[in-house]
Design a protein around this ligand. Sequence first.
Ligand code: ZN
Length: 81
Amino acid sequence: MWEFYEATESTAKCKLCKKVLKRSKGCTSNLLAHMQRDHRVEHQTMKDNEERRKAEVEQDQQVRSTSHVSNRLSNNLSLIL
Ligand SMILES: [Zn+2]
């Protein structure tokens, strides 16, 4: 979400509407709330991107574990043959 904000130590400036928001250290909930309220489309896009990234990682892990299993299988097969 930091692609939408310019952060300083205690504030974050929204790049979309140039509004400066206060933020407590490490807390981004009011920044998210601002996006949800004022930039619904961008907020949705951000969430979609995050979900897609997560799905890709999961897919990647699945592929890896599947190829691991098939490696083991072919090892076993070569033992039998
Ligand atoms: Zn804004």
